[in-house]
Write a protein that binds this ligand. Structure first.
Ligand code: GCB
Length: 610
């Protein structure tokens, strides 16, 4: 009964909140739509007391009928010499969008709080009846957006896209877009107060204006039929004033496929196209097809690969064939700028390293990464695990927290559901078993399966000791029953003993499912050498990988792994001077791009599996 109540409450809050969060209004394939970039230099004001948001009675300006000129979103200028205005965006410093503020401005390295961004622009629509949306690839964590002094809305969550319609507010000259960014960590947030990564703040991904016709294609999902891999199936959703009874043509010229469908009263149409000639997407054959969707007023193009993914007993089947996921975990940190990654070049560099390592798979931890890397993984043939930032100790009993997690999950799936490389949606990482947590995660799983019945579901779980013998490890977590792929993190030789301990450990995994070791690893400071029993040396890490690989290969259901982690990454939990200096050192490559010895151990292991 308690569970049902929680479910109902969460469901209520979800629909209530989604209408406020615009999650359901997202535009599909923002990547390829006609758009105008708003990237570049924006003026910013650092506002630790949120002085531009609250008056001195701590009432939000944007909830008042006549907001004071001191409200930053009004972007007011002194008009006469006697006017008192205590801010001026245009006289303030500038910062690059996209980009985190921590690595752009030395003073902001540790800053967690509010910063206001402002950018002015002119905009002339290509057709009067067209609509315009302002689209953010992501911004961390809470974003409040105002155009020309009007509030467009709020978005929560640092790693997923959101957009607001601006058609009725937009002018041809002198628009001002003001964005209040706040990256303070909160107890009820997703993630919550405690993580092992840097809380980069700011507008961290691309911002653009997207122009659409008055009725437009808002969403589509195109994939192989689950039962029949000679069948491409899909659904398209229009939005606008005339969505009923519209024709949509779907074409895949290279396969000589075309179908024309008519939308129903809700603007939806389903389609099917049969072909015997589909060249199936896989790491060895990352074939993408140009797919066109055409209405009377619009033409969209996307690059889509077709493949099936499923499990059968202990196997993961890609296009019906068993596959081993030779992977590595990754944070979204740039090997070039050393802040948040947000370019194709950043993505290319890390995916090239994975290829060099003999890998075919990446775990994008611990939150949805930018779209460049997923699109590039599609092109390069690298399988992808994507993850919702439900990390460690979320407030399991708080319906708003659930609602927030569910919304981020929805935005992640929405953006990437047409990407062939993405095969696994992960719900969470290392979350402690409890009734409330089990309920929370099972509802997320249900939601993910509803939104996307074509992919595998997993979560990075934890191991337990068997009752009789602490050296016998088991997975004792009710989530193991609900996932398609059983994944868990383990740190033998690092948090548990030294690498030799692997020789004493036995894995007694009883679930009849494929197993992915979602994490194992240990730290090494690149360039530090010594004997293999000295922590932080490259030799210690090398030895740890050798012992772990030997131990893990004995798990009979082992079908993949994503050791922790490809590149050293920033974390405030890692202050040890001369060794860590704010970096988690478990990377196989240093933040400067130099490979450590363990890189070659993993490469040898993966190469031997060819
Ligand atoms: C983990 C976490 C990961 C940490 C890692 C570590 O289990 O999932 O986020 O960074 O361990 O280095 O401790």
């Amino acid at each position: 009964m308690k569970h049902q109540l929680f479910g109902l409450l969460a469901l209520f809050c979800l629909s209530f909140n989604l209408s406020g969060q615009e999650g359901h209004n997202l535009l599909i394939n923002a990547y390829n739509r006609p758009s105008t970039s708003l990237n570049g230099n924006w003026h910013y004001i650092v506002d630790p007391y949120e002085n531009g948001y609250y008056n001195y009675r701590y009432e939000p300006f944007d909830q008042q009928d006549n907001p004071s000129p001191n409200a930053y979103f009004t972007n007011t200028k002194a008009k006469s010499p006697s006017d008192l205005i205590e801010y001026d965006f245009d006289l303030s410093d500038t910062i690059q969008v996209p980009g985190d503020w921590n690595t752009q401005k030395e003073k902001l390295y540790y800053y967690e709080g509010t910063i206001w961004y402002k950018r002015s622009f002119d905009y002339v629509k290509s057709k009067d009846s067209n609509r315009v949306f302002v689209y953010f690839g992501a911004a961390n964590y809470k974003t409040e957006v105002y155009l020309n002094g009007q509030k467009l809305g709020v978005h929560m969550g640092g790693f997923t896209p959101f957009n607001f319609e601006v058609t009725n507010l937009l002018k041809e000259k002198d628009n001002f877009l003001v964005v209040k960014m706040d990256n303070k960590r909160t107890k009820e947030g997703v993630p919550t107060l405690n993580t092992d990564w840097w809380n980069y703040g700011g507008i961290t991904r691309d911002v653009k204006l997207i122009e659409t016709p008055s009725t437009f294609i808002r969403d589509y999902f195109i994939h192989l039929d689950k039962q029949d891999n000679g069948l491409i199936v899909g659904e398209v959703q229009l939005e606008g004033s005339s969505i009923n009874n519209q024709t949509v043509s779907i074409q895949i010229p290279e396969l000589k496929l075309q179908t024309i469908v008519t939308t129903d009263a809700s603007g939806k149409a389903q389609f099917k196209m049969k072909s015997k000639k589909i060249s199936y997407w896989s790491p060895k054959n990352p074939k993408l097809y140009q797919v066109r969707l055409i209405t009377d007023t619009e033409q969209l193009q996307d690059q889509i690969g077709f493949r099936s993914i499923s499990t059968q007993n202990e196997n993961i089947l890609l296009n019906g064939e068993p596959i081993f996921l030779k992977g590595i975990s990754l944070h979204e940190e740039s090997p070039i700028t050393k802040g948040r990654a947000n370019t194709v070049e950043d993505a290319k560099k890390v995916l090239d390293w994975i290829k060099e390592m003999g890998g075919n798979y990446v775990r994008l931890a611990h939150y949805p990464h930018n779209e460049h890397i997923v699109r590039l993984a599609d092109e390069m043939g690298i399988l992808v695990w994507e993850e919702n930032p439900v990390y460690w100790t979320i407030q399991w009993k708080n319906p708003e927290t659930f609602n927030n997690a569910a919304n981020q999950l929805e935005e992640m799936i929405f953006r990437d559901k047409n990407r062939a490389s993405v095969i696994i949606w992960s719900m969470a990482n290392e979350t402690p078993v409890s009734e409330a947590r089990n309920q929370f995660l099972s509802e997320l799983i249900e939601k993910a399966r509803f939104l996307d019945p074509t992919r595998l579901i997993s979560a990075a779980l934890e191991q337990s000791n068997s009752k009789n013998d602490p050296n016998i490890k088991i997975i004792d977590d009710p989530m193991a029953e609900l996932v398609d792929v059983l994944s868990f993190n383990q740190y033998m030789g690092w948090y548990v003993g030294t690498p030799e301990i692997c020789r004493d450990i036995q894995w007694n995994i009883t679930q009849n499912k494929p197993v992915i070791i979602s994490e194992f690893g240990g730290g090494a400071k690149q360039g530090l050498h010594g004997d293999k029993s000295t922590r932080w040396t490259e030799e210690y890490q090398e030895f740890l990988y050798q012992e772990n690989l030997e131990m893990l290969s004995k798990i009979k259901q082992l079908r993949g792994m994503s050791p922790w982690i490809l590149v050293d990454f920033r974390s405030p939990r890692r202050p040890l001077p001369k060794i860590q200096d704010d970096y988690n050192r478990k990377g196989l490559i240093s933040e400067d791009g130099t490979k450590k010895k363990a890189f070659w151990v993993l490469k040898e292991y993966y190469d031997s599996m060819k």
